[in-house]
Ligand binder design. Sequence first.
Ligand code: PMP
Length: 430
Amino acid sequence: AAESAALLQRRQAHFARPQKNYYAEPPQIERGWREFLVDVEGRTYLDMVNNVTILGHGHPRLAEAVHRQWQRLNTNSRFHYAAVAEFSERLAALAPDGLDTVFLVNSGSEANDLALRLAWAASDARNMLCLLEGYHGWSVASDAVSTSIADNPRALTTRPDWVHPVMSPNTYRGPFRGPGSTRDYVAAVAPVLEDLDAKGQGLAGFICECVYGNAGGIPLPPGYLQQVYAMVRARGGLCIADEVQVGYGRLGHHFWGFEQQQVVPDIITIAKGMGNGHPLGAVITTRAIADALEKEGYFFSSAGGSPVSCVVGMTVLDIMQDERLQENACVVGDHLKRRLEALGQRFPLVGAVHGMGLYLGLEFVRDRETLVPATEETAAICDRLLQLGVIMQPTGDYLNVLKIKPPLCLSRENADFFVDMLERVLSEGW
Ligand code: PMP
């Protein structure tokens, strides 16, 4: 323990402070296996929060494939090699018809920056709509369209003039509640567009997640995106679906988040799970939109689309398929959601369980009528869960939502262990 504390001090001395740790006194993690992490003292933790390692930690087949590719070749996409063609083909095959062209980058932020640039180039306009309470990354443009107070408290005051946030269609906390609120939330978009029309300004596009990630996995109201996409496209704008967190099978019931809203975007961005922790991101769009970037010259990313990255991406897809991980997310996720909802019958602190598949958010409130967020309680519950061997963190603008986004290989038994531990903590007096 003393050595671990000394190491933490060394981290604090030379590693940037804004790149924060989970926990004030974090366990020092040494290795991982499936949905488990093991610390230097040999304690095992159930990782219920890491939404990047979708296959689970330490997957031997992925490690072997990377090792083999590193020994053979790693270079950049200006060279001609098989992996970049093969991986692009596979990503295009996963996307809806017509979205057949792929850019390969290294992160979700980069993918979203590139998506914005594509929309600017293809539309010859600059203005971009985004949703309040959204998060799209830390790079300059992706940050400009990010409005989540928890992730970026200053964003609301420092936004450039091309960004136009619209009311978040949050059916739990917003001014309009429930699945019948679609019309009111769509109506809230209209004045922003009318203002642009009145000024004679064009619209480049609209970026959003199709299930609200940072608000804890709240689905958009039914039909919302069909209507908003139509309004955006009527003005020549492009619709960007940020699938960095929600896409790639995590929802269980759908591979893509936009399927939930029965829409097809013009541009899809992905990252996180597609690399299982290896830096990997992509933009999938139409040939015409991709080609619009030629106006600005060419696009290049030093490591984006490298042979190693492509092999990681293809191996992740192979393993997902062979281990039927999307199906597991559906079955185990539904079971987990039912058990969490049952906790709500016993503990008034449980306001709601949002989301689907292994993309869930359990929201704690002090009062189910006024929805006062139970922020301090949520932090204390997460600390107590750590003592019981569960890694869990708060999310949401009020940090009162448990971010339940484990590896997609989570077993039913371990989902039960998580709920049992949560039940135990709640029984202790919340
Ligand atoms: N979009 C969404 C929805 C995200 O959740 C994140 C990461 N939390 C990003 C974009 C940014 O991805 P990255 O951290 O890989 O840059």
